[in-house]
Design a protein around this ligand. Structure first.
Ligand code: FES
Length: 121
């Protein structure tokens, strides 16, 4: 296992991402709500750059008691990132494909040493 420097914490703002290479592994590192998440940048659909597209909150439909729609809302709890090739969405906190939670991107460990962030691969 190798530790690869990603960025300084002080230069990696919430909502930012970095793409790093460790050997043959291409890894997307996100900062979301103060936490770091690292996943394979190889989309499970057709190998697109899964970590390089939009980040967007989960869209939820709220229902009234009679089951009619009260509208669509952005989740306050669940953030997704979207593969730019065909739109497959992944859960930021787990790497699961949100349309089929049995599928998930390979997750990598993050280390913080002082102001430095590393990914372990
Ligand atoms: S390659 Fe990622 S959605 Fe198709």
């Amino acid at each position: 296992m190798a530790e690869k420097f990603v960025a300084k914490v002080s230069e990696f703002n919430d909502g930012d991402r970095r793409i790093v290479f460790v050997g043959d592994n291409e890894i997307g590192v996100f900062r979301h709500d103060g936490e770091f998440f690292a996943y394979s940048n190889f989309c499970l659909h057709q190998g697109g750059p899964a970590c390089e597209g939009l980040t967007i909150a989960k869209v939820e439909e709220r229902l009234r008691p009679d089951k009619t729609s009260a509208g669509l809302y952005f989740s306050k709890d669940e953030m997704h990132f979207v593969c730019p090739w065909h739109g497959m969405e992944y859960d930021m906190k787990t790497g699961e494909c949100v349309s089929d939670r049995k599928l998930r991107l390979k997750k990598y460990k993050i280390l913080q040493k002082g102001d430095d962030v590393y990914v372990v691969a």
